[in-house]
Write a protein that binds this ligand. Structure first.
Ligand code: GDP
Ligand code: MN
Length: 343
């Protein structure tokens, strides 16, 4: 017997292709990985984890992005890790190069200062292009045009619990926009003027700030708020994200990224996509649209999370992580939105 695969429209043997076997409503979603040819094995490790814990039952496609052409070994290697559709795309030059307003001599001087101070990735140009790309351009790639949802997967990450439901459909059905697993403190040296730039943007566009925002996740002194308060350096760790592509394509975010890009901080400092995404989520979204995937036990060196409720997650063999090894930066998000581990 053959059944129609919802995703491809092709007639498929259902026991081989999970998209055909799965009768539930599906989301228009894909995994997105920005990755280098040399990271093939680490990428395969990530896929092994994501496929076995989640995607072998759901069959969402994979999209691989690279500033260089993918080589055959990479393509063959990752295609062997999934039964889903796989797409490869090269990033256009204008999404991975210096804008004309950047003073490259000044940028090089500032990089050298960071090298002297041993700032992590302080001397790297490619790291800066990567952060700028993830901030402003990944969601604009042609190959992603037809998708509404993404799950960002980096090489070398790992999942430790079965995910038995469709996380993309969960996002859609519950009006979620941004999902994360880990909260961290940023290195101030890499983002010295990012907070001020963000406040300046907020003054220019007060209408973009959502009335149910979570500025109090970013500023500890609630009386002071965005304009007078200091940023506590909290941000969502963006190497894991399950989110809405439409949000990054929206006018407020388009304007925000352009404003930041013109300041030059992606090159003169080392602004990360993690604080940029976090500021946008906390300012432009209602609290209810941000979701902590506390049930997804996720590891990207050197941190990992693990669900705390032993009865629901451990005694039944759903997870293989150790609850006592779970990392969370002082429960920073839970102070805002409640601690889901107490459920
Ligand atoms: P870290 O997690 O901050 O230590 O940075 P990573 O080295 O993991 O880089 C973040 C993501 O961008 C990973 O998915 C990398 O594979 C990817 N990446 C970093 N630099 C480059 C690059 O120059 N080219 C490509 N294609 N991907 C890159
Ligand atoms: Mn990484």
């Amino acid at each position: 017997m053959l059944v129609k695969d919802e995703k491809t429209g092709k007639m498929m043997p259902p026991e081989v292709y999970p998209a055909a076997l799965n009768p539930f409503k599906r989301a228009n979603a894909a995994f997105v990985a920005l990755v280098r040819n040399g990271e093939r094995e680490a990428m395969r490790d990530s896929m092994r984890s994501v496929e076995s814990r989640f995607n072998r039952r759901f069959g969402y496609p994979w999209v691989f992005l690279n500033d260089e052409p993918f080589d055959e070994d990479f393509k063959v290697g990752v295609m062997k890790m999934t039964r889903s559709e796989v797409f490869f795309a090269q990033i256009p030059k204008e999404h991975w190069s210096y804008p004309e307003w950047i003073n490259q001599t000044y940028a090089a001087d500032e990089r050298q200062k960071m090298v002297n101070e041993n700032v992590i990735y302080g001397g790297s140009e490619s790291y800066r292009h990567m952060c700028r790309f993830n901030s402003g351009f990944f969601f604009k790639q042609k190959i992603l045009e037809s998708f509404d949802w993404y799950w960002r997967v980096e090489p070398g990450v790992e999942l430790f619990c079965d995910i038995d439901y469709d996380v993309f459909h969960f996002m859609e059905a519950n009006n979620k926009v941004y999902g994360f697993t880990i909260v961290l403190y940023e290195y101030l040296r890499t983002v010295e003027t990012l907070w001020d730039a963000t406040r300046e943007f907020a003054r220019l566009h007060p209408d973009y700030i959502h009335p149910e925002n979570t500025i109090r996740f970013l500023v500890d002194d609630e009386k002071k708020g965005l304009q007078d308060g200091d940023w506590n350096l909290c941000h969502f760790w963006s190497n894991f994200e399950i989110g809405s592509l439409k949000f990054w394509r929206s006018q407020p975010y388009e304007d925000y990224f352009k404003f930041l890009d013109e300041k030059g901080g992606f090159f003169y400092e080392r602004w990360g996509d993690a604080p940029v995404h976090s500021f946008a989520a906390a300012l432009f979204l209602p609290q209810s649209a941000i979701h902590n995937f506390y049930d997804i036990s996720y590891r990207h060196n050197p941190y990992q999370t693990c669900p705390q409720n032993r009865k629901l997650f451990h005694d039944n063999g759903k997870c293989e992580c150790y609850p006592e090894n779970s990392f969370d930066t002082d429960g920073r998000w839970w102070k805002v939105d409640g601690n889901p581990h107490e459920l």
